[in-house]
Ligand binder design. Structure first.
Ligand code: MN
Length: 239
């Protein structure tokens, strides 16, 4: 990539910041802007729906690998210094392919861990969420069916999403591989409210090839509290 004025300014600002604090740790932090979020619960907190070994491999190996590759991509592309994850997804089509893959995977996995919760912390759909689900799908079971179908029919690897669209309506969609509804060139765009991972690494140890069974049982570990909160925030932003 050509070295432009913005790169020069970013480098200069970085040099000043590093010189000012004079610690190697600060330079490391600047070079690796994204970090692996903790699960927030024990590896076996979602068992038997999702087994502990799957959670360990998925979070500590798969997600960590995408994160490392994302930070390497940022480090080797100075024009992206300081960009948020959302900004990187928005302009993914104009960046090297490593950004689409790894910004998307880092975003989706970080979202996915929070979409689930241990027993006793999951809650139930709020009245506001139920009203919106009933309005846009006809009922909760219909929403769940649409979500499971989106996940089951996503060919190959990808994600199933519940989103709030620009029209203010809830919708279900799926994306392939590392794509998300926040990418600038997404076929269906919207604010993600819920996501399930339908890559085989998410379910294969327990469910083998039975993706539909995984999708069906996954509702047992969904954090309705989190979904209620995200829905409320997304609706408020549109009001
Ligand atoms: Mn995954």
């Amino acid at each position: 990539m050509p070295f432009n004025r913005r790169d020069a300014l970013a480098l200069a600002a970085g040099s000043v910041a590093v010189a000012a604090v004079g610690h190697k740790a600060q330079a490391q932090a600047a070079a690796s802007p994204f970090t692996l979020p903790p699960l927030g619960y024990a590896l076996d907190a979602l068992a038997p729906t999702i087994d502990a070994e799957t959670m360990m491999l998925h979070h500590d190996k798969h997600h960590a690998g995408y994160l490392k590759a994302l930070n390497e991509a940022v480090a080797s592309t100075p024009s992206t210094a300081g960009d948020t994850l959302e900004a990187l997804m928005q302009k993914a089509a104009a960046l090297p392919p490593a950004f689409r893959k790894n910004a998307g995977q880092h975003y989706a996995h970080s979202f996915f861990w929070k979409a689930m919760a241990p027993a006793g912390q999951r809650g139930a759909p709020s009245d506001a969420l139920m009203a919106a689900v009933t309005r846009d799908f006809g009922g909760l079971d219909a929403m769940k069916s649409a979500f499971e179908k989106a996940g089951a029919t996503q060919f190959g690897s990808g994600w199933a999403w519940l989103i709030l669209g620009a029209d203010g309506k809830l919708a279900v969609t799926s994306t392939g591989n590392a794509d998300t509804p926040l990418m600038g060139d997404a076929a269906v765009k919207g604010q993600p409210l819920l996501v399930n991972d339908v890559w085989e690494h998410a379910y294969y140890l327990t469910y083998r090839n039975r993706r539909a069974e995984y999708l069906s049982k996954w509702w047992d570990v969904v954090s309705w509290n989190r979904l209620n909160a995200l829905h409320g925030e997304a609706v408020a932003r549109k009001a």
